[in-house]
Design a protein around this ligand. Structure first.
Ligand SMILES: NC(=O)c1ccc[n+]([C@@H]2O[C@H](COP(=O)([O-])OP(=O)(O)OC[C@H]3O[C@@H](n4cnc5c(N)ncnc54)[C@H](OP(=O)(O)O)[C@@H]3O)[C@@H](O)[C@H]2O)c1
Length: 245
């Protein structure tokens, strides 16, 4: 059995792929989960080509059976779970008067409903890791939109505020078991998700995936007695109110 293992959702690009790479480079066996199989395969091939221990499971995190399948495949392959990163997410902008119910449900299911499902399915492995070293870590990618609701991204903002609240609840419920949860709340990060805004904000003026990776590295280095419930990432000059993402 491996010494350390992780699941990262939304691992086929952007923040998830960068964090999955770092975790694998630091000795974690990593299950990569994301929706589109071809894109996930490319990420898997990239990491395997560098000799990293990863497996891939194509899954829609909004689907309960798929969540079960990801966790079961991870348990079968690696037998333990030290880090769970609930990172898959989608933002679909719309004025409230033009709200499309199906698009609203996709955001609710992907960004929020998936979290309780992953915690529930992974709880046995997280509890075992917490009992072993008091430092099981769950990272939930929220957004600065979860700290300040954004116009035209109201549903996305609500899901991300929900991620922050759910993370707080999980710390109330699980941190005494050595399972620590952190919500990450960034403004614009230079990924595919912010391509639409590049005309207004240059990619180099955005937060970089390396900044998110650095924060996860910091979380991994903390002693069992220290819990960081939330990290807010702002761009200089932007208190968060203008950010989309
Ligand atoms: N970029 C930003 O400015 C920013 C700011 C704050 C928060 N965030 C959050 O950061 C997280 C990662 O986003 P990113 O910026 O790295 O964008 P990204 O490069 O577009 O990555 C999104 C990832 O989530 C996956 N995904 C989307 N829907 C899924 C579903 N239903 N089931 C499984 N996987 C799904 C995508 O896979 P497919 O491509 O196959 O769908 C992809 O791997 C998201 O939760 C996002 O809300 C981003």
């Amino acid at each position: 059995m491996t010494d350390r293992a992780a699941i990262v959702t939304g691992a086929s690009s952007g923040i998830g792929l960068a964090v999955a790479r770092m975790l694998a480079e630091h000795g974690h066996a990593v299950t990569l989960a994301a929706r589109r199989p071809a894109k996930l395969q490319a990420a898997y091939d990239e990491l395997r080509a560098d000799g990293l221990e990863v497996q891939q499971v194509a899954a829609n995190v909004g689907d309960e059976d798929d969540v079960r399948r990801v966790v079961a495949a991870h348990r079968d392959a690696y037998g333990r779970l030290d880090v769970l990163m609930n990172n898959a997410g989608v933002g679909i902008g719309a004025a409230i008067g033009e709200l499309n119910t199906r698009r609203m449900d996709i955001q609710l299911a992907t960004n929020l409903r998936s979290l309780p499902l992953f915690y529930r399915e992974a709880l046995g492995m997280l509890t075992a890791a917490g009992a072993e070293h008091r430092n099981a870590l769950v990272i939930n990618t929220a957004s600065i939109a979860g700290k300040h609701g954004q116009a035209w991204l109201s549903v996305y903002s609500a899901t991300k505020a929900g991620v922050v609240g759910f993370t707080q609840a999980m710390n109330e419920e699980l941190s005494k078991l050595g399972i620590k949860s952190t919500a990450l709340c960034p403004g614009f990060v230079d990924t595919a998700m912010t391509e639409f805004v590049r005309g207004h904000v240059a990619p180099e003026a955005m937060i970089q995936t390396s900044d998110i990776v650095a924060s996860v590295r910091m979380l991994l280095s903390l002693t069992p007695g220290c819990l960081v419930p939330e990290i807010v990432f702002q761009r200089p000059g932007d208190a968060g109110l203008e950010a989309i993402g």
